[in-house]
Design a protein around this ligand. Structure first.
Ligand code: LFR
Length: 468
């Protein structure tokens, strides 16, 4: 089958045509675009421009050949509010914004964790809703995630899935339904929340005018995939056993494990780890750490030097000379990332990076320190050790990161796939249409068909590639 996978990140979006059958998984066409923000509204997304870019990318991808279904996953937290006639009340807010700083303090952590499995945090959907005006909330007929908003525009169906619902801090993980109490506290009624569907089911069909616009067959189905990009990436982790740690590293890094059990609220208190929902009711127990956001914000300013050249130069520098606290809250949305990082290394290590390559090395080494700290905290909390680390997402494309991580964590790192969310999305479409039976089969397929780079704690003279 040919899946159209739409994967929206807070930095960039991708639309791909992916071929999937029981022995093949191939990205045939892929178009990327930068996720557009709206300057005229301050800290908001330009959703209409996002739709234009996405439809344009989808049309290019569909030009490549047949499309049997479409699926959408996106970053968590952000949402759009629709009024009764289905139009957006305002452009959606961006979570990376100072308006929610400190809002999570209004929540009791134990109670929130007990109901939702997740901890209160400033940019969650719930905390963002607490900053909306009463007027906006009173006009709200429906709240949809960014990905579900796109699906609504394409199909006319308003729905979501368990993986996204579980990130909102509004979903009762025991009854698997929206928490009326938590919704009342943010000023929304239960009827403003979409139906929650299982991942891997058909939501509806593309509207006839959308099929025409994209040049795809009439009645093309839209599949409810794992709408949360992290859950989607975890599906495409090529793990062959249960005892693995994943690091899904894009704009953010999510460090965690899958489990059939949730970590109890009192045990997780103060650890920063959450239980979100993956596919088929599995818990994904992970903590957010800063990811490639720090690096990309610097590379974005250094337009006169190529990122690859800097990463190669950084890889030749000694490890761990200059580190800073990559969890410092000032890094969340700074005006000027390189200047702030220089300030942080001065504060922490007594000097600033001598050049850009040294700053890149400092960023990678600081990220790795935070990842290893998260692994240690996770293992102390769960009382078990992960045998191997699967690094997926954009971070898997960086040898400097894979090698430093293997060395610091003292175990094998298997890096790849880079486009894990996109592949997880395509695999869940294939599953809904009957081409792949379950998550284990999805993983086996990824492992057989996608290249993983293997990094060992002791660097090998010729790093091995696990090539299918
Ligand atoms: C990753 C991600 C994380 C979520 C963060 C903010 O793209 O979805 O899982 O915590 O973005 O939404």
């Amino acid at each position: 089958m040919h899946a159209m996978a739409i994967d929206l990140g807070a930095t960039s979006g991708r639309v791909a045509r992916v071929y999937v059958d029981e022995s093949e998984l191939t990205v045939l066409d892929l178009v990327r675009f930068a996720t557009p923000t709206s300057d005229s509204h301050g800290a908001r997304w330009d959703f209409e421009k996002l739709m234009t870019l996405l439809l344009d990318a989808a049309r290019q991808v569909a030009d490549g050949g047949p499309i049997d279904s479409v699926g959408i996953d996106a970053w968590g937290a952000d949402y759009g509010l629709l009024e009764r006639n289905g139009s957006l009340i305002e452009a959606p807010f961006r979570y990376r914004d100072a308006r929610t700083v400190g809002v999570s303090r209004r929540y009791d952590e134990l109670r929130t964790r007990t109901i939702t499995g997740v901890m209160p945090h400033d940019f969650s959907t719930a905390c963002q809703l607490l900053t909306e005006s009463e007027r906006t909330l009173s006009r709200t007929a429906m709240l949809l995630s960014i990905g579900d908003l796109v699906a609504y525009r394409l199909t006319g169906h308003a729905a979501t899935d368990c993986s996204w619902a579980s990130t909102t801090q509004l979903f009762d993980v025991h009854s698997l339904s929206w928490s009326t109490d938590l919704l009342a506290e943010v000023g929304l009624g239960r009827d403003a929340m979409p139906e929650v569907q299982p991942c891997g089911t058909v939501r509806g069909e593309l509207l006839p005018q959308v099929c025409d616009q994209l040049g795809v067959a009439g009645r093309t189905p839209l599949v409810t995939v794992a709408g949360h990009d992290t859950a989607s990436a975890i599906v495409a982790t090529p793990a062959s056993s249960d005892d693995f740690i994943y690091i899904s590293c894009g704009t953010w890094a999510l460090i965690g494990v899958e489990s059939n059990e949730r970590v109890l609220a009192d045990r997780a208190l103060g650890t920063g780890f959450v239980n979100e929902l993956g596919v088929d009711g599995v818990s994904t127990i992970h903590r957010n750490a800063a990811g490639l956001w720090l690096l990309n914000e610097c590379l974005g300013r250094w337009t006169d030097t190529s990122g690859d050249t800097l990463l190669a130069a950084a890889a030749a520098l000694p490890v761990g000379q200059l580190v800073f606290d990559s969890e410092d809250p000032r890094l969340f949305a700074p005006e000027d990332m390189p200047t702030l990082i220089a300030e942080l290394t001065r504060e922490g290590a007594g000097r600033v990076p001598a050049n850009r390559a040294e700053m890149v090395r400092a960023i990678i080494d600081s990220l790795v320190l935070a990842f290893v700290r998260a692994i240690e905290d996770l293992e102390a909390m769960l009382g078990r050790r992960g045998a191997v680390i699967h690094l997926v997402g954009g971070g898997a494309a960086l040898p400097i990161l894979g090698q430093a991580l293997a060395a610091a964590a003292g175990r094998t790192v298997l890096a790849g796939p880079v486009e894990a969310s996109l592949l997880g999305n395509a695999l869940l479409q294939a599953r809904a249409l009957g081409s792949v039976p379950d998550t284990a089969a999805c993983r086996a397929l990824v492992s057989r068909t996608q290249t993983a780079h293997r990094y060992e704690p002791e660097p090998q003279p010729n790093p091995r590639e696990d090539t299918p």
